[in-house]
Design a protein around this ligand. Structure first.
Ligand code: AP5
Length: 207
């Protein structure tokens, strides 16, 4: 199965993708995570990603598509993938269709995780990460234990959260009609307990 988790920044795409990985035995492919890993490596490419990410702007399509092309050819993505944070533009959606077609595949479902802007800003500014374990927390909904050292993503400020939401509305929402025309889109309410949201997503996936 090839599944797109679609939604604004902070909607819970990454959280839900990780929950679906085990149940469906396909990897989560997050372009944001791939870019952060590149940035952490200190490479020149990582620095170029950072110029856009730190301002809440989209990384140019050609760079993102190249990154995805490399990732999709890895062995673990042979039977499908959960795309998290990709595609974010119509050009990326068209490129993904072409990449999958080359592999004899196509997108099976696009699940929109629906969350309003005010909730998004609260989720993003409260998000914390334990770099040692990769576990994510939220200072209010899921606070880290006192002995766990956590950090905050550089782009998780209130100002950048609003910019990222604006970018989502301007550049990413227009991707939806591309998939709606193919009858692939299902919307789920992204507010509620994590298990509830997972159940809503599972309910709309192809059997
Ligand atoms: P990326 O890393 O993709 O970030 P994003 O889309 O902004 O999404 P987030 O990771 O912030 O949120 P999420 O939906 O995964 O939510 P999460 O599960 O973490 O992109 C970062 C940047 O990289 C972009 O701005 C851009 O510059 C660049 N980039 C990446 N991909 C690109 C592309 N394709 N093209 C161009 N540029 C690209 O949850 C958020 C918080 O909410 C957490 O604290 C979590 O614990 C909490 N939470 C989750 N679910 C719930 C719930 N049900 N109730 C309460 N809290 C919840």
């Amino acid at each position: 199965m090839d599944l797109i988790l679609f939604g604004p920044p902070g909607a819970g795409k990454g959280t839900q993708a990780k929950r679906l990985v085990a149940a469906h035995d396909i990897p989560q492919i997050s372009t944001g995570d791939l870019m952060r890993a590149e940035r952490k490596s200190g490479s020149e490419l990582g620095q170029r990603f950072d110029e856009f990410m730190s301002q809440g702007k989209l990384v140019p399509d050609a760079m993102v598509i190249e990154l995805m092309e490399k990732r999709l050819t890895r062995e673990d993505a042979k039977r499908g993938a959960i795309f998290d944070g990709f595609p974010r533009t119509v050009a990326q959606a068209e490129a993904l269709d072409a990449l999958l077609a080359k592999l004899g595949r196509q997108i099976d479902k696009v699940v929109v995780i629906d969350v309003a802007r005010e909730e998004i800003v609260e989720r993003i500014t409260g998000r914390r990460l334990c770099e040692e374990t990769g576990r994510e927390y939220h200072i209010r909904y899921n606070p880290p234990p006192p002995d766990v050292k956590v950090t905050q993503r550089g782009d998780d400020t209130e100002e950048t959260a609003h910019k990222r939401y604006d970018t989502f509305e301007q550049n990413t929402l227009p991707v939806l009609p591309h998939y709606e025309a193919k009858g692939l889109v299902a919307k789920v309410d992204g507010v509620g307990a994590l298990d509830e949201v997972t159940t809503r997503i599972e309910a709309v996936l192809p059997r």
